[in-house]
Design a binder for this molecule. Structure first.
Ligand SMILES: [Fe+2]
Ligand SMILES: [Fe+2]
Length: 292
């Protein structure tokens, strides 16, 4: 976690853990390499004492949380296919990065399917049926898909939101269910941080002439997210479905974090970033999770 205000780009990068992972394809785009089967085998069962010791509210909330998060990760395929349908507008570097990104997101989908199966006892076949019935609507988020530049900025916004969202989830839920489930939470955070950094590196390398557009675009993305009545199952802006879990200034702090990563501002201080995942509404000891 950040320790002080800072505008240095490599500082943010190190904080998100990119320095400790192997490079793939180019020095700019990096991937956190980990083997899901080694961390959480398909037939893994949670040791019974973890299920017995976890507070009832934690277990119930985690089941509800996973019932959404599992499928949001899988929605990456729909977004990828849409971008591929416009691949003649995109650069080879971006498309190469997107291939690594999709592989990670589909690994997250499978990791969360296994977690959901272990925690809630839901069958894989039921999950397949549920996912196949989803309708992915691009139209409500068309604005963020204008071109490669707007997609990269939106990716930064979405991925850093996921970093802090999973950080909260790890603290509130994953850590209660044993080492394997806890490791999944840690890998999710690292991967989403890597996706954030990869998008930043491509923006800095390919769009220095358009960085002046980033502050206003981020504000428009935030307004769009808040105006959506629901999550449209297109991966981007999936936090629409759980904004109540985060403090009211969540997006504004993230926007300042993004601008600092791009060398356009001062990074929020440590306490502001901690509050993004430690904040709890008045009257609660655990942020409530509502079943949809
Ligand atoms: Fe993910
Ligand atoms: Fe991601």
């Amino acid at each position: 976690m950040p320790r002080s205000s800072h505008t240095n780009r490599s500082h943010s990068s190190t904080l998100l853990g990119t320095s400790s992972f192997s490079a793939r394809d180019s020095s700019r785009v990096k991937q956190n390499m980990w083997d899901l089967d080694a961390v959480l085998p398909l037939d893994y069962a949670i040791p019974p004492h973890h299920l017995e010791l976890a507070p009832h509210e934690v277990h119930t909330n985690f089941c509800n949380l996973l019932s959404r998060d599992v499928y949001s990760e899988g929605d990456a395929r729909s977004l990828y296919d849409y971008i591929q349908s416009r691949s003649d507008e995109m650069s080879p570097e971006f498309l190469a990065m997107l291939d690594l990104w999709l592989a990670d997101e589909l690994k997250h989908y499978e990791a969360l399917r296994r977690t959901y199966h272990c925690i809630a006892g839901v069958d894989f076949a039921d999950m397949n049926r549920h996912f196949a019935a989803r309708v992915h609507e691009i139209e409500p988020i068309e604005m963020v898909l204008t071109d490669e530049f707007t997609i990269l900025v939106t990716m930064m916004f979405d991925e850093i939101g996921s970093v802090y969202s999973y950080r909260r989830d790890l603290w509130e839920y994953y850590r209660h269910f044993g080492t394997a489930i806890q490791k999944i939470g840690h890998h999710l955070i690292r991967d989403e941080g890597m996706h954030f950094n990869n998008a930043a590196e491509l923006l800095l390398a390919k769009y220095p002439h358009r960085l002046c557009e980033v502050p206003e675009l981020l504000e428009r993305i935030s307004v769009l997210e808040k105006s959506l009545k629901k999550y449209h199952k297109t991966f981007f802006l999936d936090h629409t479905q759980e904004q109540y879990r985060f403090p009211p200034h969540f997006n504004s702090v993230l926007i300042r974090f993004i601008l600092a990563r791009l060398g356009l501002g001062i990074q929020p201080d440590r306490s502001e970033l901690q509050e993004l995942w430690q904040w709890v509404p008045n009257g609660y000891h655990l942020v409530p999770i509502f079943a949809l």
